[in-house]
Design a binder for this molecule. Structure first.
Ligand SMILES: Cc1cc2nc3c(=O)[nH]c(=O)nc-3n(C[C@H](O)[C@H](O)[C@H](O)COP(=O)(O)OP(=O)(O)OC[C@H]3O[C@@H](n4cnc5c(N)ncnc54)[C@H](O)[C@@H]3O)c2cc1C
Length: 494
């Protein structure tokens, strides 16, 4: 029987939203915890997205989504400076090649004006082409949004998590929530081996958020996932476009998005593929085909031979549900804003938070933490709260004298392990110290295996370091958690 742990507030789920809610809870004078089902944070939806910091002009004016997005976009530079996370305000072009797209350009311009997005301008085709000569000729109009940015979603999630923990949030990993029940005015959360008692619970369980809420409330919104595919092109292709490009298609459906990423690559995607109940992270041939055909139309001179990786992501589409006989069916009405469910006092559920959830993670975290603190009557600020986090050292970004000094003090920062991305042993050891326990946990923190060779050179070295630091056997290390073993065969074969 586990001992009951007591907190004022507990956050369920360690994706972008959970980590930012936890970060903001620590800014109040209260005791909080975060529980995560997996061995690490940032393994869910937050793991695979487009990394775009949106301006808010895509969202219906007057909605919480539009308001938070516009505010979050303005504050994103300051947030990333506090947390030591990359951010570049590259601007975006929404390009149209016909009357249907032109109407969307005008609508998003009006929406943005109404919401207060700064600097929007409708450009002629010639003006857009002059800004982005790599785009196919024939652009009829384009919406320029100078405020659009790109960030590193992994770095952002880890930074929020580390900042929350540094400010006193207690984290429990490998702790899937399996029960959530009322106990007087408290909640009792069963999470892995732990029983946690808290007066406020914020459910940020991503694709599982509706299931967790249904542990204590009838269904209201459910997530029906679909799939998204991406192609990653190596750094020589990165400068092919300078802005984030959204192509608005003439036919119904999604156009192509091109994102020059914060680390200098080019991201194509996402596609939109049906996923059904069991959407997973495998790429779909249809989705990749859609991206390649889109690229041939929109950026015909882009060298797709620079593709170094394809990956799949999962969209958490939220739908209201109603009862029909014994089952619950999805209703055919859209959810235009963020769905924040409050089925009982002291319980908040963020269900199906799609784009721009990354942009708004900090703003949503602030909102939810504020509501929980007010509910608890503990909304006095924590005087010890420090919003800043010291990022890990990155020798490749340092000037030579600084790098020399670091290597002199810590020789592991002088040993390069990942040659494509210039990642050193010191960085990998620091990533493990900060919580990485899988190959992808290291990758997401320091970028090993993200370069042209995709880990052919460094995988076994990272594996060795993981085994040495964690004191485990190579058979116990996984690529990305349960069900992704790195080694096969009998243990004595090694
Ligand atoms: C394809 C795609 C592209 C996107 N692009 C952008 C973009 O460019 N810009 C933008 O602003 N937004 C974007 N978004 C949206 C953004 O990525 C999401 O809104 C955000 O990552 C959602 O984070 P989350 O914390 O809700 O979910 P997750 O990251 O999935 O976190 C949920 C966590 O809960 C844990 N969990 C699940 N069940 C349990 C349980 N029972 N007990 C304990 N823990 C549990 C999971 O393991 C997971 O770690 C995109 C989304 C998608 C899908």
């Amino acid at each position: 029987m586990s001992t009951e742990l007591r907190f004022d507030a507990v956050v369920l789920g360690g994706g972008l939203l959970g980590c930012f809610v936890a970060r903001h809870l620590t800014s109040y004078h209260l005791r909080c915890a975060l529980v995560e089902a997996r061995e690490d944070v940032c393994t869910g939806i937050s793991r695979g997205n487009s990394a775009i910091v949106y301006t808010g002009c895509d969202n219906k004016p007057g909605t919480l989504k539009a308001r938070l997005c516009t505010r979050a976009n303005r504050n994103f530079g300051d947030l990333c400076a506090q947390l030591g996370v990359p951010f570049q305000r590259r601007g975006s072009l929404l390009v149209s090649y016909g009357p249907r797209g032109d109407e969307v350009v005008r609508r998003k311009y009006r929406q943005g004006q109404e919401t207060g997005v700064e600097g929007l301008a409708i450009l002629t085709g010639a003006q857009a082409q002059a800004l982005e000569p790599g785009l196919a000729p024939g652009i009829s109009s384009a919406l320029l949004a100078p405020g659009t940015g790109v960030t590193d979603p992994w770095a952002l999630c880890f930074a929020a998590y580390e900042n929350a923990v540094a400010n006193g949030c207690q984290a429990y990993l490998n702790a899937p929530v399996t029960a959530l029940a009322r106990a007087g005015s408290d909640w009792l959360v069963t999470a892995g081996a732990h029983t946690i008692r808290a007066r406020a619970v914020v459910n940020c369980c991503g694709l599982n958020a509706h299931r967790v809420q249904e542990l204590c409330a009838p269904p209201s919104i459910r997530v029906i996932p679909d799939r998204a595919d991406y192609l990653v092109l190596d750094q020589p292709a990165g400068p092919f476009v300078r802005h984030v490009i959204f192509q608005e298609p003439e036919e119904k459906g999604k156009g192509l998005t091109l994102v020059p990423t914060a680390d200098g690559k080019l991201l194509l995607g996402p596609s939109e593929q049906p996923g059904g109940e069991k959407a997973d992270r495998a790429v779909t041939p249809e989705g990749l085909d859609f991206l390649r055909r889109g690229a041939a139309r929109v950026v015909p001179n882009l060298d797709l031979g620079q593709t170094i990786r394809a990956f799949g992501a999962t969209r958490p589409n939220p739908f209201y549900v109603r009862r029909e006989g014994e089952s619950w069916v999805a209703e055919d009405r859209g959810i235009h804003s963020f769905a924040i469910e409050t089925p009982h006092p002291g319980l908040w559920s963020l269900i199906g938070i799609k784009t721009p959830g990354l942009t708004c993670a900090d703003a949503l975290g602030e909102l939810l933490a504020g509501e929980a603190a007010a509910y608890l009557g503990k909304d006095t600020p924590n005087p010890a709260f420090n919003p800043c986090r010291t990022p890990p050292p990155r020798p490749r970004d340092m000037a030579l004298p600084e790098r020399r000094a670091l290597v002199a003090a810590h020789p592991a920062y002088g040993r390069v392990i990942c040659r494509c991305k210039d990642v050193t042993e010191g960085e990998i050891l620091e990533a493990i110290r900060r919580g990485a326990v899988t190959l992808d946990g290291v990758k997401r923190r320091v970028g090993t295996g993200l370069g042209r060779c995709q880990g052919s050179w460094c995988t076994h070295r990272v594996l060795e370091l993981l085994c040495r630091e964690l004191g485990c056997s190579p058979w116990d290390v996984t690529q990305d958690g349960p069900g992704s073993p790195l080694l096969e065969g009998e243990r004595h074969d090694l």
